[in-house]
Ligand binder design. Sequence first.
Ligand code: HEM
Length: 503
Amino acid sequence: KRRSNDDVHLVPGPPSAEGHWLWGHERDIAHNNVSGLYTRWFREYGPVVRHKGALLHPDILSIADPVTLKYVLNDNYTNFTKSVYLRPLVDRLMGKGIVWAEGDLHKRYRKALAPAFGPAHLREMADPIFDMANSLRHRLASCLQESGGSSTLDVNEYVQSFALDVVCKLQFNHDTQGGTSEDAKAIADAWSDQINEGLKSSSFYGLLVLRMFPSLGILPLSYFKAQSDIKKILSRNSMKYIVSNDSGMKEEGSELTFLALLLKRINAKGATKLSVIEVVENINTLLIGGFETTSGAIKMCLYDLAMNMDVQTKLREELVSFGREEPDFEELLTGSRLPYLDAVVKESIRLHPTGGTTDRVATNDDVLPLSQPIELPSGEQVHQIHIRAGQLIQLPMRAINVWEEGERFWPERWLNKETAPSKLGGWSNMSSFSEGPRMCLGWKLAVLEMKIAIFTLVKDFSFCDTGDTIETRISTTYQTRVVGREHEGAQLPMKVSLLEKSG
Ligand code: HEM
């Protein structure tokens, strides 16, 4: 009945026979590098692709067409919610905050949270972020000095401690002392447990079964338990600051923490009023949303530089010749004085959108517009796709970004209007932070943090490839591990050396 009522069956895609009878194409997607299969399919079949779902799930649509994306994420976004696969996962990890919310609740949260990311507040964040980047630089330098100036390190670990440092400082004005405080250790350990659980094949099957039977989320499986543990730790942490009335705010108007800003909403009147529980769930959301994604982006940028030493050298020359210890907020955000740093960061975010992939489900029947018609074998052209309520749509961000622009790491593309991406919506015509009314709220902070970290680290250290083959997988977000040493879990080894001038 479904097939006769919509156009999904007309959309081209990989043959059903290529997919597993029970797991469809979804198992192959999960067992390939992030977005790897989607990239191949978009090239082969065009920017809208149909593939087979697991466990007899109706066919799934995956989209890279800019016109269709704009329709789903922007023009008619209220008709497309996150799926029963994604929302419970978000709830288990961080609660029913802004990432989980839909409809009016989402609008209310967005209005309440947006001021935390306004320009005035962001400007105040740059100095503390530089302080934490310098403390990371010292930690790394002293570790390398102990081993003669050079060593193979899991860059993941160092960058994660920095990102956690930053987010705890901005949330609560809590100093994690380079990730060594009790609170920071509890969060980091619980986080890496759930990432490593998520990398196991069992979690892939577990999540698909859960998509079919959402109520099974209460089963005591280790992956689900690891996710709930994170939420418990985060909520306990947030409540501690709320109950002790220590929001980290020193005085009105100065160093406003996220928590202080949100606590003001408890006494607010009207649409932006929040309850204590709503504050906790949103603070948890900002902590996780701001921690893992940004640390992933910094680590992947260092990896890109390690794999492209000519780019690393060219970038270092720009940073060293900058002339001052630190660029200011505007110089960082606009890239005006550091154009190559800006290009490197954009190129890395294009190739490694650390949010990984996201999805949407149509709540009502709808018609998807296309930028180019689909040509059927009969020669007939399909100019739009009728879909039914319940249609699942995948948005594989990496494949979307590389579909027209290519997979080569080439920062120079951003230095010229002719070669810079221009077709997609979202920041710098990329899907990495999504687009429309649900676009990433923290994108400016993420870019600021990334640039500060890369600026500070690349001036003083060199990052080289170890020769290990690195594979990328999604476990909540974009993860890396070493082929042949998958059992060691998420990691990103690199040979890091202290450059002479700072020795
Ligand atoms: C490189 C780092 C980051 C990336 C790649 C990233 C990516 C994304 C993406 C793709 C979404 C949309 C997800 C969807 O709708 O399905 C999103 C939403 C969101 N992000 Fe980020 N993010 C990053 C950093 C941050 C930071 C630093 C924060 C805040 C501290 C943050 C807070 C949020 C919030 C609150 C939302 C929900 C927005 C809404 O639904 O209205 N993100 N992010």
